[in-house]
Design a protein around this ligand. Structure first.
Ligand SMILES: Cc1ncc(COP(=O)(O)O)c(C=O)c1O
Length: 433
């Protein structure tokens, strides 16, 4: 193929990959997935959650290592093979002429991608900015709000450290007052949670920060109810959706918040290093961008995307992750991952010496569940599971929570979870090395 023809071909495939149903996903999976979906189309999501034939098709879309059992998908999730292939293709294309292929070809995919993310979020595309992770999204909001000395922010001791530290920095730099409520998780009482936040509110409270799914133990917070309470007190609401977006089936506007930030490389399985922020239309103008923009007071959401040179292949790979996600279906995915969590958790909780640290009620948890075994510190349990069984989890020892955090994903099999349950059983039976 002549150089010119080859370039045109690459240009076309890039556009197709970014914008149309002629996607990497379509090429790799359409036939098999359509057959799997039509076999279960008459069942509701909770029933499909237990159909191993259906999920075996999804599992094959990933390339996870057979050497270890990864049960820390809460930290970061792997991208499906089609997403990896899209990134590799875009990366190869980029390196054939970076400034041309990035800024004239791949960049054209940003607006269609914004539309696609907006559809997934149930929001307007004019409220969606694409960036690199939840930290960038939420720090943009936290540093961008025009808070002044004496203004109060209410957060929680179980928010994510990068956000707590951003408020501490604002307290030091701008004199805001940062208050933190706390909980003894699990909590299955919505009113009690709302009340805890409400008791910290004063007439000076300008902002309430809510972590939708608490990373430490997986508690789902009643965001809408907390947000309604905060608004009734005249405060705005930021939601950290790092662990909820792409996992729970919800529309961002239904949370009733004003600002929302998330990573896309967790449950959405987008390329690692991708994130998104959502800002309610009428709030955009007053929010300062974190990185420079010609008119910082612009009401255009794109003012938050002046990030300089970054990975366009990763950004465009997000579209393939959305294809993959949508082909599963949000409700089915949430139900399946909840089913996987319940599968292992209901088995280990019968074992003597084992304690769960997370609710099993689907209103209060989904993927993440904490578990401890008598006689093991969190670090000992994490290390023993890995050394002896090659099972990767993460130890949590924070604010009185002492457990390992276990997080399956759609590619996790029941056999994987049986292996984990057996390991916990052996350790609880006192086989400490
Ligand atoms: C609740 C929560 N918020 C934010 C983040 C930060 O995500 P990222 O590292 O992608 O910025 C995490 C990461 O685990 C998290 O658990």
């Amino acid at each position: 193929m002549a150089q010119h023809d080859r370039r045109s071909f690459l240009k076309l495939t890039a556009l197709a990959g970014a914008f149309s149903s002629n996607s990497f996903f379509q090429q790799a999976h359409a036939e098999e997935w359509q057959a799997a979906a039509s076999a279960v189309h008459h069942h509701d999501a909770a029933t499909v959650a237990q159909n191993e034939d259906f999920w075996s098709v999804i599992q094959r879309g990933y390339s996870v290592s057979p050497l270890i059992l990864n049960l820390n998908n809460g930290g970061v999730s792997p991208a499906p093979i089609v997403v990896q292939e899209a990134v590799a293709r875009y990366n190869q294309m980029t390196n054939e002429g970076p400034s041309y292929f990035m800024w004239q070809i791949l960049d054209q995919g940003r607006e269609p991608l914004r539309q696609k993310l907006a559809r997934l979020a149930g929001a307007s595309a004019e409220e969606i900015a694409i960036n690199r992770n939840a930290t960038e999204a939420l720090n943009t909001i936290i540093y961008g709000l025009p808070l002044k000395t004496g203004d109060e922010v209410v957060g929680c001791k179980f928010d994510y450290p990068n956000m707590m530290n951003a408020y501490r920095q604002r307290a030091e730099r701008d004199g805001i007052v940062y208050k933190q409520v706390t909980f003894k998780f699990p909590v299955e009482d919505v009113d009690a949670i709302v009340k805890t936040y409400e008791q910290a509110m004063t007439p000076r409270t300008k902002l309430v920060h809510i972590t939708h799914v608490v990373n430490w133990v997986g508690q789902i917070m009643p965001v809408q109810q907390i947000a309604d309470m905060a608004h009734a007190h005249g405060a705005e609401v930021i939601v950290d959706g790092a662990h909820s977006f792409g996992l729970l089936d919800f529309r961002i506007p239904d949370l009733h918040c004003d600002y929302f930030g998330t990573s896309l490389h967790k449950f959405l399985s987008a390329p690692i290093g991708s994130g998104m922020m959502w800002v309610k239309q009428e709030k955009i103008a007053k929010l300062w961008p974190l990185t420079c923009y010609g008119d910082p007071h612009s009401p255009n959401i794109r003012k938050f995307e002046a990030l300089g040179t970054r990975s366009f292949p990763i950004e465009q790979g997000i579209g393939e992750a959305i294809n993959f996600h949508e082909a599963i279906g949000s409700r089915r995915k949430q139900e399946r991952i909840h089913y996987l969590k319940s599968y292992w958790a209901t088995r280990v909780r019968e074992i003597k010496g084992v304690t769960l640290h997370t609710s099993l009620d689907p209103r209060f948890s989904c993927a993440i569940c904490g578990v401890s075994v008598e006689g093991y510190t969190p670090t000992e349990l994490m290390n023993t599971l890995f050394d002896r069984y090659k099972i990767h989890t993460v130890g949590i020892d924070y604010e009185g929570v002492r457990c390992i955090r276990v997080t399956p994903h759609v590619y996790t099999t029941l056999a994987d979870l049986d292996r984990f349950v057996n390991a916990i059983g052996e350790l609880a039976a006192g086989k400490k090395a």
